[in-house]
Design a protein. Sequence first.
Length: 200
Amino acid sequence: MGTSMAPPGGISIGQRIAAYEDVRGLSHRQLADRAHVSYSLLTKVVSGHKPATPEFVAAVARALGVEPGDLQPPSYSDGMADDPLVPLMGPIRTTLDLYDLPPQEVVRPRALPALRAAVRQVNALAQAAKYKPMVAMLPGLLVELHTAAHEFTGEQQRQAWGLLAEAYRCGHSVGIAIGLNDLSATALARMDDAVGDLHW
């Protein structure tokens, strides 16, 4: 019987591989071919029915163009694993990890006023410590803002980078609030990256 290979509340290696596959537009079979690993093994790792060896992770990371560490789930202390928000953080982790990749072609961002209103709403939820609805909204908004920041032009693009930085700060806030220091640090780094792009 298969068991999940994710830490409590974490996002597994398999889920991370699947997320990168989506961004790269690869099927399991295409990735298996590129990585020179068994298609059967790949599907079992992605579904959580088989653990990933270091050699497997290294091969798949090379095929995806990422570092092996990008596919490894973070470790959690027992106390953090008990927080009910921790299981909801996986999608946020994935969007933070995909910062350097091109935007997904299927994502069509809303107009700037709507994006600004959404960021304002997420900020208000964070300030009120209403983290559960905020965490539900944040991953999709980050993906949308990431696309807008790359596809908009001129002043609209500059404003999109600014909104993306604000949204990353919300990820930093919730990471601090529930003790996920690695996620908080990643979100803070992404915020700095977005601010840097804002001033290009």
